[in-house]
Write a protein that binds this ligand. Structure first.
Ligand SMILES: Nc1ncnc2c1ncn2[C@@H]1O[C@H](COP(=O)(O)OP(=O)(O)O)[C@@H](O)[C@H]1O
Ligand SMILES: [Mg+2]
Length: 249
């Protein structure tokens, strides 16, 4: 589904990614871990197409198409979702109204009509029930006074509604409490299917107590230096990152 080959990327002429190779297939959950500043968020930004990052070498292929030159909207329309896409507060625009607009924008881009209101309502109800989101939350103004857990609830709800093929969740944000971690974990576990894939970026080993990734990768200094299964995450929890550094020299 997602094939990244020898990806190099820079921001303001500073090389951040220095040859990342990653293969994500449908049905898989990949966790990307690594020390602060190793390039995890940069990798997420480059996959979703944030403008300030420049790909200087390598390729990003999504469902057989080279997406490295596409703008972020186009990538989203191809089915890539990035958390923190809409962190802004929008007073007067509710959680549901916002997602309705996003869905219809998506459909418009594909040349489809707006989703009929009844179908939209049904979908909202289904997804909210699936994720244990109450009705009151859905009518709140977007991000206004949201707690960390509520922000996560909103993101996971957006993800559920947009039904992306690939979700990239960057959970390196500080202030993620246990409630917020559980919201994310619950969402990922419930929305995961044989047709979609998740790349979960985190430096919280604790999140992986709730989500079992199929693969764990360690990103250090812009490269994936080690890959393994969930056992690798436990090893990292126990030993930190230094032993990998030592292995490399
Ligand atoms: N917009 C930017 N402008 C300048 N430097 C940046 C920018 N974004 C990231 N960096 C730098 O790139 C490196 C990797 O950052 P980042 O990808 O956020 O790491 P991580 O998410 O693993 O903590 C850091 O040295 C950071 O300072
Ligand atoms: Mg980060």
């Amino acid at each position: 589904m997602l094939e990244i080959k020898n990806l190099h990327a820079s921001v303001e002429d500073k090389d951040i990614l220095k040859g990342v190779t990653l293969n994500v297939k449908a049905g898989e959950v990949h966790a990307i871990m690594g020390p602060n500043g190793s390039g995890k968020s940069t990798l997420a930004s480059v996959i979703t197409g944030k403008e300030e990052f420049e790909v200087t070498q390598g390729s990003i292929t999504f469902q057989g198409k080279d997406i490295s030159e596409m703008d972020p909207e186009e990538r989203a329309h191809q089915g890539i979702f990035l958390s923190f896409q809409y962190p802004i507060e929008i007073p007067g625009v509710s959680v549901t109204n916002f997602i309705k607009t996003a869905i219809n924008e998506n459909r418009k881009a594909k040349g489809q009509e707006d989703m009929p209101a009844s179908e939209m309502l049904k979908m909202i109800k289904e997804k909210a029930d699936l994720l244990d989101i109450d009705r009151k939350f859905l009518s709140r103004s977007l991000n206004e006074g949201f707690s960390g857990g509520e922000k996560k609830r909103n993101e996971i709800f957006q993800m559920a509604m947009l039904e992306p093929k690939l979700a990239i969740l960057d959970e390196t944000d500080s202030g993620l409490d246990i409630d917020a971690l559980k919201v994310v974990a619950n969402g990922v576990n419930k929305l995961k299917s044989a047709d979609n894939a998740v790349v979960l970026i985190t430096h919280y080993q604790r999140l992986l107590d709730y989500i079992v990734p199929d693969f764990v990768h360690v990103l250090m200094d812009g490269r994936i230096v080690k890959s393994g299964t969930k056992e690798l995450a436990y090893e990292l929890e126990e030993k930190g990152y230094d032993w990998i550094k030592e292995e490399l020299v």
